[in-house]
Design a protein around this ligand. Sequence first.
Ligand code: GTP
Ligand code: MG
Length: 197
Amino acid sequence: MKITKSEFISSYADVHKCPAPDKPEFAFIGRSNVGKSSLINMLTQTKDLAKTSSTPGKTQTINHFLINETWYLVDLPGYGYASVSKTIREGFGQMIEDYVQKRENLSCIFVLVDSRLEPQKSDLSFINWAGSKGVPLAIVFTKVDKLKLNELQRNVQQFKKAVLADWEELPPMIITSSEKKTGRDELLDFIDDALKV
Ligand code: GTP
Ligand code: MG
């Protein structure tokens, strides 16, 4: 799929204020700083359509981007960022949980996982929780430019094993780097296929 048009539509903290759920929607979810906003810029070939920062906690609302006038790409706040005050952190949790459970046009959520780390509890519990809600999901490994191929293979293998402790089969997995544009075609093909269903 070619992306010919990407527009920022809205930024809200409440799922009920999001645009009418009249188009298929794909959302990026994951720990703070994992690279959600960067991946949106990589996919849309823009520099700062989605705001990024080296400091975790940059995205604090639900951000809708309309792609090719036909589907939404959504940037969300991160989960599991300990330095944000407890109340705000719980708010993030609630916003994401409401979004995942109430957004009726969700075609797939992409759970972004930092490829440099061993399996993180927060990622696994999010994947298990979202899976239990019946939301289609795929796992996207980020920042693969930061490690060697054998390290990447080891981490992906460990992650698969951790997921299989709770899942009967593995969800789709895509390897990416926003820095090197790795995985762009694969991610867009995946979305294209989902749009045809
Ligand atoms: P929050 O909005 O805070 O939840 O973070 P986020 O998940 O949106 O992360 P963001 O895209 O803002 O990126 C966080 C940091 O990681 C930035 O400094 C990015 O430049 C860096 N980063 C993101 N993707 C990549 C990547 O593929 N490779 C490398 N090397 N750095 C990356
Ligand atoms: Mg962000």
